[in-house]
Design a binder for this molecule. Structure first.
Ligand SMILES: CC(C)(COP(=O)(O)OP(=O)(O)OC[C@H]1O[C@@H](n2cnc3c(N)ncnc32)[C@H](O)[C@@H]1OP(=O)(O)O)[C@@H](O)C(=O)NCCC(=O)NCCS
Length: 407
């Protein structure tokens, strides 16, 4: 233990909403603001003591219809002082884990003592838009077409394949069948329900309650993730047609289009001790990676390998793993790579990965997921009395982030 260690002292998220759920018209800012207040409020951290807030969000059309500079909007909205420095990060689905890495670097370098790494997304609130080319500067006659930026997440419009399509092809290349992906997806829901029954997703730990004001009447109180599905039928899952031309990815083995926010307070151990705060976990390492755009399913493994090699560790030294279920294909391909294709090792890794369910059940509000998987793993390590965990996430066009924490 070292005074310069970077430690986690508070971590919280909202329940994650489904595409057409109760949050569908709430702005992502209004999901992020209460989380920022809660993550600081839980440890009585005065916002004036926060040097920087990093905020991941990666579907700009959602907030751009209202205004820009989302990180600045949410810090001012949450009552942080005008002097607070903030930064919006878009590294696709990696964004809030990138926020953690940049915070880790800032604290390690001595530039900052206290950083909040956060992220939010509301995919249900993404507007349909009309392009300037066709509307502002064109369309003298005839109907005006709307564009859906959510469709294929826009990748197809720049000549890339949709991520679901790439993930499907790569999974088959790595010998991970559609059946295996469906089986993993089913377990993701089952593990969430088991964890929920055991009180693991209770308010006050990983989760906070979210109140959504209504035009009339009392606010709706959201205290639970909306996407987990009970009593799934493997036959119905097997009957679903793949989406976006993917050979394997379906609505059942993909996450939905979700909403939610997450935030983590990190600081130097010296600062935590001087404030008398309980250290929840130590960040041992952070690692970014990137690879060939088509091979997004491989990049969590590449980021983990790179991180562990630098630390002189092997995946066998790790107690718990989180690999974001961008699709079941991603988690399974990356685990197979980490297992070096050894079937026994692959199974052993599956047994310690996403043990309380993953994004397929919980949801994947893209900008919030990197911080979410980090805290889900941290709270589980705390329940187990300690250990070392690695979490990794992929982002569009094959970007990756990994983090290693010790409880
Ligand atoms: C996959 C996706 C296209 C599905 O969208 P959708 O069609 O609106 O999804 P729905 O929830 O309506 O599900 C479609 C059908 O599958 C069924 N279904 C979904 N999950 C199921 C499950 N686990 N078991 C059985 N059936 C399921 C639904 O009941 C529905 O059936 P119906 O048509 O008979 O009502 C969309 O969620 C998506 O694009 N997800 C990926 C998001 C993404 O790319 N994130 C970034 C990753 S990098």
């Amino acid at each position: 233990m070292n005074a310069n260690d970077v430690v986690i002292v508070s971590a919280v998220r909202t329940p994650f909403g489904k595409f057409d759920g109760v949050l569908k018209t709430t702005r992502s800012f209004d999901i992020a603001i209460p989380v920022l207040k809660e993550v600081a409020g839980r440890i009585k951290l005065d916002p004036k003591d926060v040097d920087e807030v990093y905020y991941g969000t990666c579907i700009p059309a959602e907030y751009a219809i209202l205004t820009n500079v989302p990180a600045r909007q949410i810090t001012l909205g949450a009552g942080f002082p005008e002097e607070n420095i903030s930064l919006t990060i878009d590294r696709a689905c990696c964004s809030s884990m990138t926020a953690l890495r940049l915070g880790y670097r800032a604290i390690k370098s001595g530039d900052a003592e206290v950083v909040i790494a956060s992220g939010a997304e509301n995919m249900g609130n993404v507007p349909l838009i009309a392009s300037a080319e066709k509307v502002r500067w064109g369309s003298r006659l005839g109907p005006v077409a709307m564009e859906d930026v959510l469709f294929e997440l826009g990748y197809g419009r720049r000549g890339f394949a949709p991520v679901a399509t790439d993930a499907g092809h790569v999974s088959l290349e790595y010998g991970v069948s559609r059946e295996k992906q469906d089986e993993w997806a089913l377990k993701s829901h089952e593990k969430w329900f088991q964890a929920y029954k055991e009180g693991k997703f209770k308010i006050g730990e990983e989760l906070m309650k979210l109140e959504i004001s209504q035009k009339k009447g009392d606010p709706i109180v959201m205290d639970k993730d909306e996407s987990p599905r009970a009593n799934l039928s493997p036959e119905k899952m097997a009957s679903l047609k793949p989406v976006y031309g993917s050979p394997t990815v379906t609505a059942a083995n993909a996450p939905g289009m979700n909403s939610g926010a997450s935030a983590i307070v990190i600081m130097s151990r010296r600062k935590a001790e001087s404030m008398g705060l309980k250290v929840l976990a130590t960040i041992e390492a952070c690692q970014a990676a990137a690879g060939t755009p088509k091979y997004m399913a491989c990049v969590p493994a590449q980021a983990i390998d790179k991180m562990l090699a630098k630390a002189g560790l092997s995946i066998d030294n790790i107690d718990l793993v989180e690999i974001n279920e961008a699709f079941a294909a991603v988690t399974l391909v990356s685990l197979k790579m980490l297992a070096k294709d050894d079937p026994k090792k692959w199974q052993a890794l599956q047994d310690k990965t996403n043990v309380n369910g993953g994004a397929i059940a919980i949801g994947h509000p893209v900008g919030a997921s990197g911080a979410r998987i980090t805290m889900t793993m941290m709270y589980e390590l705390m329940r187990r009395g300690g250990g070392t965990g690695v979490a990794a996430i992929c982002g569009g066009l094959s970007q990756g982030e990994a983090i290693m924490i010790k409880v």
